[in-house]
Design a protein around this ligand. Sequence first.
Ligand code: GTP
Ligand code: MG
Length: 215
Amino acid sequence: MAKRIFVTATNTDIGKTYTSVKLLKEFAAQGLRVAAIKPVETGVIDGVYLDGAMLLHTIKELNPECADLSIEDVVPISYELPAAPYIASKGEPFDFAKVDVAIAKLEEICDVLIIEGAGGLYVPVDGTFMIVDLISYFQANTLLVTHCSLGCINDTLLSLQTLKNKGLAHVFAFNCRAEDSSFSTISEPFFLNNKYDVFKVSKDIDTICELLYNL
Ligand code: GTP
Ligand code: MG
C-alpha cells in the first residue's frame, strides 16, 4: 500500500486541487513516485473534469508510470450536477468497490497517493456516508486546507474538531490568497497564542509533506 494522503478543506473552492498539485510536486522532487485520485467529482459537464484533468496532467508530468492512465483511472465516479455527490447522484450508494479497484491500480505505480475529497468533511457522498467517513475507510493521513479570510478561526476549529473526534491523523495548512493580507493581524494571532503550528501552503510545503508522510 502506498502512503495515502487525503486532502480535504474547510469548504469547496478553498484550494484542495491547488494544494494537491503542490504536494505532488514536492513529493516527486524528493524522489517518490506519485499518483492522485479524486474518487468522486461532480460538475463534470460534456466530459470536462476540472479537478481530474489537473490531477491527471500533473501525475503524468511527474511520474512516467502514469503515462497510460485515463481520466476514469483518476476520477472513477463522476456526475454532471455541480452539487454534493449525494445530490448529484440522486442518492445512488457510493461505489466503494469501484474506488478500491482504481486505488489498487494506482498503488501499483506510486509510493504516495494523494486523494482529493469533495468540498469539506461533512459533504454527504450518499445517504449513509460523509466525506469524513471515506478518510477512515481509505486509512489515509489527512491534510486539512483552510483559508485565511475572516471566519477562518471558526471554520478551521470546526473541521479540526471533527478530525480529532474521528481519531484521524491530520495536519492543517493555510492557503492564503493575495487579498488575505490582514490574516496576520485579524486571525493568525489566535492560532499563535494557542500554540498551533501555522503552516502555509505557499511557503511550508516541504514541512507539510514531511509531517503528513510521517504521521
Ligand atoms: P473543489 O474541489 O471544487 O471543492 O475546490 P478546491 O478546494 O479544490 O479549490 P481549488 O484548488 O480548485 O481552488 C479554487 C480556485 O482558486 C482555482 O481556480 C484555483 O486555481 C484558485 N486558487 C486556489 N488557491 C490559490 C492560491 O493560493 N492562489 C491563487 N492565485 N489562486 C488559487
Ligand atoms: Mg478541487
